[in-house]
Design a protein around this ligand. Structure first.
Ligand code: NAP
Length: 326
């Protein structure tokens, strides 16, 4: 089978031929139909991610496919050959087959395509845990979403809208803003058209932000902080700009503002029930037609580098998915 492997820090990942693995006890063999790409893949390749498996390993954090076999004496928990599942594995998704712990295999709703399922867990899970569990977003609050047409940003727009917030979306250019509008944004700010300080002024002109969702960092974080209302919460989601912003604690004190760190994958280790509960809610929302995963490109396994380049050059909207079966 083919697998997209990171073998050393000095060389780019390569597509290798490997034997199809056999599931050990507690594992399922999954025929992979789709794998969602994430900004974290870029960070892993650059050696900058917080959770990098030992080299060499197969890239691909999240995937969807069909269970083909279970390991010996494996407690099946309702899973069987033929079950369609989504898997957050942290590695191994960019391949034709993979073996994964059964407790990471989540059956997917019947109406969900494999591409949607592979695009679902990290993007929706992260935004739901951030807005609901961490920030306690309330109906009627003003939610400012930075990077609002990206993988996690777009789901924050959609979930914020669903939770009854007024959503202010910030993204680069009219095409990305149109995608954010379709996901439920009430107000649009084109970051390309702003002078320094312009983001702060534009958000203030709309009434300021009660909650900020920030996967970008850098200058946008600093300007968003200045446009945050008293009692506001700022969700530090990531640093796609490449700059971790300094946080002036005196501003937090004077305006009663909280900066809240969020790492979705971290909950897997210390409170997995938070994620299980969140995913059940999200699958319900999907089933009632309330969530529409936005996949802007589906590419075959031999074009992963092209998919990653779409993320690196900020050309993707929503998610980019690799389909190893093609
Ligand atoms: N905390 C968590 O649990 C968690 C989970 C998933 C992701 N994240 C983090 O969230 C961030 C976004 O991840 P993603 O998978 O959604 O990525 P993505 O799809 O590539 O979206 C990133 C967005 O950031 C904006 N951006 C601003 N400056 C950028 C730059 N210099 N390079 C690239 N993008 C830039 C882009 O929007 P514009 O072009 O419109 O500005 C882009 O749409 C990453 O830092 C990732 O590590 C965190």
């Amino acid at each position: 089978m083919r697998a997209y492997r990171l073998e050393s820090r000095e060389t780019p990942p390569v597509l290798r031929d490997l034997p199809v693995p056999s599931p050990a006890r507690g594992e399922a063999l999954v025929r992979i139909a789709a794998c969602g790409l994430n900004f974290a893949d870029l960070l892993m390749i650059e050696g900058k991610y917080q959770d990098i498996p030992p080299l060499p390993f197969t890239l691909g954090l999240e995937l969807a496919g069909t269970i083909e076999a279970l390991g010996p004496q494996t407690e099946a928990r309702g899973l069987m050959p033929g079950t369609r599942v989504a898997v957050y594995a942290g590695q191994g998704g960019l391949a034709e087959w993979g073996t994964f712990p059964v407790d990471r295999c989540v059956p997917i709703p019947a109406a969900m395509t494999f591409a949607e399922a592979a695009a679902f867990q990290i993007a929706y899970g992260t935004s739901h845990v951030a807005l609901d569990h961490r920030a306690r977003l309330q109906p009627g609050e003003r939610l400012l979403v930075l990077g609002a047409a990206g993988g996690v940003g777009l789901t924050a727009v959609e979930i914020g809208h669903r939770m009854g917030a007024t959503v202010i979306a910030v993204a680069r250019g009219p095409e990305k803003l149109a995608v954010a509008r379709a996901a439920g944004a009430d107000h649009l700010i084109d970051s390309d058209s702003l002078a320094p300080g312009g983001l702060r002024d534009a958000v203030k002109a709309l009434g300021g932000a009660d909650v900020v969702y920030d996967p970008v960092g850098g200058e946008q974080f600093t300007e968003a902080l200045r446009a945050t209302n008293p009692d506001g919460r700022i969700l530090a989601m990531g640093f796609a700009s490449g700059t971790v912003p300094p946080i002036p604690a005196n501003h937090l004190l004077v305006k009663n503002i909280s900066v809240i760190g969020v790492y979705w994958g971290g909950y897997l280790k210390f409170r997995p029930e938070v994620l299980t509960r969140s995913m059940a809610t999200l699958f319900d929302w999907y089933a009632d037609g309330g969530l529409k995963p936005h996949v802007s490109a589906i590419l075959p396994l031999d074009r992963v580098a092209e998919g990653l380049e779409l993320l690196r050059t900020r050309k993707a909207t929503g998610k980019v998915v690799i389909s190893p079966a093609e």
